[in-house]
Design a protein around this ligand. Structure first.
Ligand code: MEV
Length: 420
């Protein structure tokens, strides 16, 4: 497939069609870029042949820092939007979510190897901090004019598999950008100066996704009556204790948080790989993998939840600007700054975790899931319109949520015949 990248999209699809067993219909499905104009898609990544759509839902009831938000969520998993909305409704009883942040600060790392005297090099780099920060800031006068830019330099000597290594870290306020471009450009720009100062050789120059200077902290108090009584409160606290003690449970606990964070991230055009990397590395920062939330019962018997995690998101640059759906979603949210978006996402993460733990500690998640799952099975078996619910309800009653049964029911119910 040499030169594939140079071809127009339609020709790439022709080649794909010949190379695979795709039908004309399937090729048409792939070609559909939805709200994203085809030429925009073609310039976003390489070798583009079409688009991919997710359902977009709106989580309701969110009150965050005294303001109401409608929260767009794009994902494929049933129950997540309903769970977030439900949790936000319960949180409203005691005023909703309070969220703070540590500012939009990212770290750019410059790795230096073959340094003759690593400790001396560290001291020299710190001495020349002013020059290094100036060089970094010369790369982005716009960011600097808005109050952002490289603010500090941190230097460490690492003992590694390949011997000692000096790592210089630019501490950059990235303003309303997620910041990867700005930080990487700065890290590359200062590299020659770092080599000259240290006498070593610079290798990697790249942002760190362990964004532990770009945290959000969300809290919410859930009224014991509103959540279903003190047993539920105790159940959530037990669930949290389980996650705190066991990495196998903790991975799933944190996954539930990311269900919400990532869904808002996708809807708003964010780099969700960066969000995942930041979340899980932050969860492991003590050397043990820990929950990103904490839950406790207060003296009134109500449930107090907190979430603390990195949230590297931006409103300028990237898909947040180029994807029309992301732009519309950001408008739905009404957020004006990257930190406001980060705070909303922190609140959604906390809500999502509460909803999951509450369900798990009481009736379990399968009942709610099964209803939506049954609808999905009915749809994939060809049901449309009112038939979707008819088929789903029958399968639930029969406790047979299976594709083959859905097919039978679709055939029989759509003919108006009584199913066997
Ligand atoms: C499912 O996507 C998420 C949960 O497994 C989260 C959890 O177990 O806490 C329900």
């Amino acid at each position: 497939m040499q030169g594939f990248y140079k071809l127009p999209m339609a020709q790439r699809r022709d080649i794909l069609r010949k190379a695979t067993s795709l039908t004309e219909d399937e090729i048409r499905i792939l070609a559909n870029t939805g709200a994203l104009p085809a030429d925009v898609a073609d310039h976003m990544i390489e070798n583009v042949i079409g688009g991919y759509s997710y359902p977009l839902g709106i989580a309701t009831n969110f009150r965050i820092n005294g303001r109401d938000y409608l929260v767009p969520m794009a994902l494929e998993e049933p129950s997540v939007v309903a769970a977030a909305s439900n949790a936000a409704k319960m949180a409203r009883v005691k005023g909703g979510f309070e969220v703070t942040n540590t500012g939009p600060v990212m770290i750019g790392q410059i790795q230096v190897v073959n340094v003759p005297k690593p400790d001396d090099a560290k001291a020299k780099l710190i001495e020349r901090k002013g020059d290094l920060l100036k060089k970094a800031n010369d790369q982005d006068p716009m960011l600097v004019s808005l109050g952002g830019g490289a603010k500090d330099l941190n230097v460490k000597v690492l003992s590694t598999l390949k011997g000692p290594m000096v790592v210089a870290e630019l501490i950059v306020n990235t303003g309303d950008a997620m910041g990867a471009n700005a930080v990487n450009t700065m890290a590359e720009a200062v590299a020659p100066m770092v080599e000259e100062i240290t006498g070593g050789r610079v290798l990697l120059r790249i942002i760190s996704n362990l964004a532990d200077r770009r945290l959000v902290r969300a809290t919410a108090l859930f009224d014991k009556e509103a959540v279903g009584g003190e047993d539920v409160v105790d159940g959530v606290v037990y669930a949290y204790a389980f996650a705190d003690a066991d990495p196998y449970r903790c991975a799933t606990h944190n996954k539930g948080i990311m269900n919400g964070v990532v869904a808002v991230g996708i809807a708003c055009g964010q780099d969700i790989r960066a969000l995942e990397a930041g979340a899980h590395s932050y969860a492991s920062r003590s050397g043990k993998y820990k929950p990103l939330t904490t839950w406790e019962k207060n003296s009134d018997g109500d449930l107090a939840g907190t979430l603390e995690m990195p949230m590297a998101v931006g409103l300028v640059g990237g898909a947040a600007k180029t994807h029309p759906t992301a732009r519309a979603d950001i408008k739905i949210l009404g957020v004006k700054t990257a930190i406001e978006l980060a705070e909303v996402m922190g609140a959604v993460g906390l809500a999502q975790n509460f909803a999951a733990l509450r369900a798990l500690a009481s009736e379990g998640i399968q009942r709610g899931h099964m209803k939506l799952h049954a609808r999905n099975v009915a749809t994939s078996a060809g049901a449309t319109g009112a038939l979707v619910d008819l088929v789903a309800t029958r399968m639930i009653e029969e406790k047979k949520i299976r594709f083959d049964r859905a097919k039978e029911l679709v055939a029989e119910l759509s003919k108006g015949k009584k199913p066997a």
